[in-house]
Design a protein around this ligand. Structure first.
Ligand code: SAH
Ligand code: SF4
Length: 347
């Protein structure tokens, strides 16, 4: 069974010709998929019935099966999807007041990197997603929004998994978001734990996509305790790669900072971070920790965060707090899956 989202245009032509169909049929099917954005092969109503039957017997439009969905009071939509082999992944849609609609999508089932505060890290690695599986998470939101006269405007690769550990599929998915959904590279963000060679490779792609790097600590020993990957790529090497990225692309890099009470929100930490980032074209994005079952720490309070922001600004470093979305529906990375699994285990 072929997943039609896995095919590029040429491959679709070949596939249809293997079913005995002429080349122009590929363009028709392509338009139904990406212009009209139908949800099923049956909806491609100008195709001959015989072709619809052939297509349905030999292919599928997508492969994600909705396992559960949740709707937050703040408008955030969270989806848990089952993949063909039973792996579970999450995707989230966040509507903003200014009309932006941002999809947060996964690049792996689970994650191999084991950051201690992260629900996905706590569950371990399942497998890499294919580019079609990554793309389809955004495609589904784009389709649903289109049916309401709205548009998916932004995509962040910040769901489950490490995009740069699954580099080729993630980059292919970014290119598909651009060419098939018309989302500009500037509206696409990749978040990485800090894989140095891939940050450099990303800088060399010539794409305008945004880069976010999860830093969370400015001291090597302390960062290693939270994020084991720091033992392989330490802070200095990550900052060097980020400097290369800013020089190569002319774009600023965003550092993610999960604010953890007493752990990384002290004035001393802010000063050390200020010294570390001084002079680099960057922005610090502060996200109060989302508590997870496997890590007993609390989010920083707003007074601490405001002080942190002030200290950074004395080093001429801009920073903002990101509003936590979908708190009532566990919309943090990996949390819906964790809940589903624990409910399974209890039930
Ligand atoms: N693997 C990539 C992208 C997915 S995680 C990365 O680590 O960057 C997306 C972001 O959520 C990262 O910045 C990660 O550090 C952060 N994150 C993970 N668990 C969190 C939690 N419990 N609270 C707040 N942020 C968290
Ligand atoms: Fe993986 Fe990112 Fe979670 Fe770390 S924070 S375990 S890299 S998904």
């Amino acid at each position: 069974m072929i997943n039609l989202y896995e095919l590029n245009h040429e491959q679709l032509v070949d596939f249809l010709s293997s079913l005995g169909e002429k080349r122009f049929r590929a363009q028709q099917v392509w338009d139904w998929m990406y212009m009209r954005r139908v949800a099923s092969i049956d909806d491609m109503v100008n195709l001959p019935k015989t072709l619809i039957i052939k297509l349905s017997e030999n292919s599928s439009l997508g492969s994600l099966k909705l396992a559960t969905g949740q709707h937050s009071r703040d408008g955030t939509e969270k989806r848990l999807y089952g993949l063909r082999d039973g792996q579970l992944i999450e995707a989230v849609l966040m509507p903003y007041q200014d009309g932006r609609q941002t999809a947060c999508i996964s690049t792996q089932a689970g994650c191999a990197l084991g950051c201690v505060f992260c629900a996905t890290g706590q569950m371990g690695f399942g497998r890499h997603l294919t580019s079609a599986e990554i793309f389809e998470q955004a495609m589904i939101f784009a389709r649903e929004l289109a049916s309401q006269g709205e548009r998916l405007s932004n995509v962040v690769l910040m769901g489950m998994g490490e995009p740069f550990h699954n580099y080729d599929a993630s980059l292919e998915a970014i290119r598909q978001l651009m060419s098939r959904l018309g989302i500009g590279a500037r509206h696409i963000t990749v978040s990485t734990v800090g894989l140095v060679p891939q940050i450099r490779r990303f800088a060399d792609e010539g794409l305008q996509a945004k880069l976010a790097v999860s830093l969370h600590k400015s001291d090597d020993a302390e960062r290693s305790a939270l994020m084991p990957i720091n033992r392989r790529w330490n802070i200095a090497s990550v900052i060097d790669a980020c400097r290369y990225y800013t020089e190569k692309t002319g774009r600023r890099v965003t550092f993610e900072w999960a604010a953890i009470a007493g752990e990384n929100d002290t004035p001393e930490e802010a000063q050390r971070l200020g010294r570390l980032l001084q002079g680099l074209l960057c922005h610090v994005n502060i996200i109060p920790l989302n508590p997870t079952g496997g890590y007993s720490a609390a989010p920083s309070d707003s007074a601490r965060i405001n002080q942190f922001i002030e200290t950074l600004s004395s080093y001429s470093i801009s920073s903002t707090v990101r509003v936590r979305r979908g708190i009532d529906i566990d919309a943090g990375c990996g949390q819906l899956k964790t809940r589903a699994i624990s409910v399974d285990q209890i039930g």
